[in-house]
Design a protein around this ligand. Structure first.
Ligand SMILES: *[C@@H]1O[C@H](CO)[C@@H](O)[C@H](O)[C@H]1NC(C)=O
Ligand SMILES: [Cu+2]
Length: 229
């Protein structure tokens, strides 16, 4: 729970369909993945609005995603960056329309095969969240990979929720993509509690059904608590 005072200019109510966003690249160590390499990117940048859909896990379905055989190597304990862009070809200056205010989050799911696992279902745990700050920082979302999880293949799901239309049911816009990662160096000392996607969110959650065009006394980020070692 965060105490925030949020003032949003009235003009930003006029959001455009063209103002969506995609998690296009992952920076891990000194390497930044090329667009579409190791991340299941959709060609269309539109949101998912139904939290009960399988598409809430790794997109796809409504916005078909492109498969990739690449797996991105990630060091446990390191901080990686999910890079968000308006479209697959947008420059760093074009992240998202400023009207799209809301939280960012990151989840991991341990999988046997990061290339073929469909993503949806049980096994997800949250490793990062940032309240209502949205996408400051030129679209770079910093995510620290826990040092105490078991090494191996995971899906890394970065998510941004835009709340400009969230005052009505199914008005929140969920943007997410899954990166296919191989985490090395984890101690395996802890086993995170997990949730299912779909399942972890309800359309009526206070962080999902919310009118942000008012002075907010606080904001409750949806989903489970962040796992820490
Ligand atoms: C994951 O990393 C380990 C340790 O470096 C390596 O042995 C293994 O081949 C990697 N697996 C994949 C799928 O990249
Ligand atoms: Cu949008």
């Amino acid at each position: 729970m965060m105490k925030l005072q949020v003032a949003i200019p009235f003009a930003t109510v006029l959001s455009l369909a063209s103002s969506h966003t995609i998690f296009t690249q992952l920076q891990a160590g000194s390497t930044t993945s090329a667009v579409g390499v190791g991340i299941r990117d959709p060609s269309y940048d539109g949101p998912i609005s139904d939290v009960t859909s399988n598409d809430i896990a790794c997109n796809g379905g409504k916005n078909p995603t492109t498969a990739t055989n690449a797996i991105i190597q990630v060091q446990a304990g390191s901080t990686v960056k999910a890079i968000w862009r308006h479209t697959l070809t947008s420059a760093a200056s074009d992240v998202i329309d400023p009207s799209h205010k809301g939280p960012v989050m990151a989840y991991l799911k341990k999988v046997t095969n990061a290339v073929t696992d469909p993503g949806y279902g049980a096994g997800w745990f949250k490793i990062q969240e940032a309240g209502l700050t949205n996408i400051a920082n030129k679209g770079e979302q910093s995510i620290t990979i826990p040092s105490c999880i078991v090494p191996g293949q995971y899906l890394l799901r970065a998510e941004l929720i835009a709340l400009h239309g969230a005052g009505s049911s199914q008005g929140a816009q969920f943007y997410m993509e899954c990166a296919q990662v191989n985490i090395t160096g984890g101690t395996g000392a802890k086993s995170p509690a997990t949730v299912s996607l779909p399942g972890a969110y309800k359309a009526s959650d206070p962080g999902i059904l919310i009118n942000i065009y008012q002075t907010l006394k606080g904001y409750t980020v949806p989903g489970p608590a962040v796992f820490t070692c």
